[in-house]
Design a protein around this ligand. Structure first.
Ligand code: ATP
Length: 346
């Protein structure tokens, strides 16, 4: 059983607190992504899990064992970085074998593991090449293979796809998920790319300023963000301040929006959010509908993104098909179930 948990983990660098009282539990076989903007503490948390940093306070538990002060090589973890972390002067075979030799794994066992991983990752034809003779995607596969041959209980990924172009990123991403599931590995994956996190993860821990702000499945994070930060960071929701008026609606600077049935906000100030794609465009103004002036139109293939403005507030709406252009007035509705109440009423 190789689950991981953190118990009130803190990391100070001098006066600065990079990770601030973080606790979580990751199940055996779960794929969890640490997602957040640059500097929010993702890598610092990953380094504490892998043993390259010792927390200032708190405990890291790996497979039921307190490893807070255990060095990296004595933990059941392996790290997979960006592809440039390969040894350039060693062949693919030597790169893959490197960690096993260091751990003094016997030759027969080494060859068996190497064979298995090379086959699973389609690297057999590349074994005698040097890293610079491989494509970016192949290099990333070697990097993944180097972690996998160690047969870790937990695999840790630090932005492994950031060196690859968009198409290759998608391919390698699918491969990472397949391999993680095939090997039944517990995975912790660091990224600041929300699309990557949504596509890969069983759960995402959204980090902000050293804290985990929300830990949930991709679907829940997307549909029910709990805070302004999460609503904005995942999917770029429109976040508005408003005032509930007791009639199941919220008055905002862009007009009144309906409240979902389960929302228990009473009367008073409330922050709400709705997704650009949740609006339903109307051909003309209707009672209870919102209106906005189009300030920018961007055709993005499968939908059109409209930057609009109402009462001095600029926000985004999207439509599958529309002839609206800059200067036109858009009329639209947002359904009550697409309005999310943020925070605890404020
Ligand atoms: P990125 O996506 O840019 O890699 P991150 O979320 O992984 O960001 P961390 O690398 O964990 O962020 O850094 C968190 C904060 O801690 C940053 O403000 C960083 O400057 C600071 N920090 C990290 N390592 C050290 C260190 N060794 N000494 C001092 N400050 C550090």
């Amino acid at each position: 059983m190789t689950g991981i948990s953190a118990d009130r983990v803190v990391m100070h660098f001098d006066q600065f607190t990079a990770v601030n009282d973080v606790s979580f539990a990751v199940e055996q076989g779960e794929f969890v992504t640490l997602l957040g903007p640059s500097g929010c503490g993702k890598t610092t948390l990953l380094k504490m899990i892998s043993g390259f940093l010792t927390p200032s306070a708190g405990r890291i538990i790996l497979g039921g064992r307190d490893v807070t002060r255990v060095p990296p090589e004595a933990r059941d973890t392996a790290l997979c970085f960006q592809s440039y972390a390969l040894f350039p002067h060693l062949s693919v075979r030597e790169n893959l074998e490197f960690g096993l030799k260091q751990k003094k794994v016997p030759r027969a066992e080494r060859l068996a593991r190497l064979g298995e991983v090379a086959e699973k990752l389609g690297l057999e034809p590349q074994l005698d090449k040097l890293p610079n003779q491989l494509s970016g995607g192949q290099q990333q596969r070697v990097s993944l293979g180097r972690a996998l041959v160690m047969r870790p209980g937990v695999i840790l990924f630090d932005e492994p796809l950031s060196n690859l172009d968009a198409k290759l990123r998608d391919q390698v991403r699918v491969e990472i998920r397949r391999i993680q599931q095939e090997f039944g590995l517990t995975a912790i994956y660091v990224t600041h790319d929300q699309a990557e996190a949504l596509a890969l993860s069983d759960r995402i821990f959204v980090m902000n300023a050293g804290r985990v702000e929300q830990a949930d499945t991709p679907e829940v994070l997307y549909r029910r963000p709990k805070t302004r930060f999460v609503a904005d960071f995942i999917g770029g929701a429109n976040v508005l301040e408003g005032k509930a008026d007791g009639a199941r609606q919220v008055r905002t600077a862009i007009g009144p929006l309906p409240l979902p049935e389960h929302a228990d906000v009473g009367n008073g100030p409330v922050d709400i959010a709705f997704r650009p794609e949740a609006v339903k465009l109307l051909s003309a103004s209707e009672e209870g509908a919102l209106s906005a002036r189009v300030v920018n139109r961007a055709f993005l293939g499968h939908f059109t993104d409209l930057m609009v403005e109402t009462g001095g507030v600029t926000y985004r709406i999207q439509a599958r098909e529309t002839t609206l252009k800059e200067g036109d007035t858009a009329h639209f509705r947002v359904a009550a179930e697409d309005v999310v109440v943020l925070g605890d009423g404020r």
